[in-house]
Design a protein. Sequence first.
Length: 375
Amino acid sequence: MFEFEVIHKSTEHRGRIGKLKTPHGELTTPVFMPVGTQATVKTMSPDQLQALGASIILSNTYHLYLRPGHELIREAGGLHAFMNWPGAILTDSGGFQVFSLSKLTKVTDEGVLFRSHIDGSPHLFTPEKVMEIEMALGADIAMAFDVCLPYPSTYEEAALAQVRTSRWAARCRARHDRPDQALFGIVQGVAFRDLREKSAQELVAMDFPGYAVGGLSVGEPKEIMYEVLDYTVPLLPEDKPRYLMGVGSPDALWEGVARGIDMFDCVLPTRIARNGTAMTSRGRVIIRDAKYARDFSPLDPACACPTCRQYTRAYLRHLFKAGEILGLILVTYHNLFFLARMMEQIRRSLIEGTYNQAKAEFFAAYYGKAPGEIS
């Protein structure tokens, strides 16, 4: 039910094209996954996501456990039926949210005791409990429970988190028994090379169907993130998918692909859309700005999405200034469409052997800078 095949490798770097088969369809990597934290990609319907080309989305174990509850979702027939999404779904384990959202956590070798950010009620997440939740949700891909630390963290903190992440991964592997769901391990270790290497080696020995690099894009400079990828990705199996968690800026997607990453997710495109910021072929456009009040041109003349074909910058600005929900919908659709087409461009350039040239042209148009100048 779950297969991954590398069908093309770049001659310029570690980038590759893959085919990922899941119980809910086959998708081509590298791929960006829109984030549907609470069983919905904010302001988007499943039909809209399909229309813009999304093949896989991400939902969150922590949030769905707290509300509406994994047993209710199981009763509804699983997450796909509950949210009416026919494509593939990946659920993260909630590890990041446990540490970032809860006001009070206590971490032990057993698991994490935390208080809900909604009502303050106490809960215990163990690797076994997280597997029970993710199996009830029924996503195509589930993530092992890990310890995710902020940047910077001390070596001692990182070492303890890495040990626990490996031990918890083994417990997740032992508890997970849903045959139609793939379980991925997560490499941790902050920015300490020896810890990252140890984490990767221990997880690879457990023979997961796929691997994620976690604990990045948590405050570290991008050059450190890329350095971690440079020495971590080569340790992961060539014949299994590699997922960089929580990364979604255009520059990081191009850089991640060149380092051998197959899957990405991030709330960035949808979050900035709700604040009135659009990703365009010439860089970001803050549609709320006064200069667009009488601008009757498309949001992005080079874009073929419905937002750009049918509406003007002046109209979009009016929607945001008036507090109309349609503005959020239109710019969110555009941003996700933009990234979907950018990933198509990335895949095409890998096949054609023009990746470095395409990357340089994209950076010049979007950032006005060359690759390596973005911090």
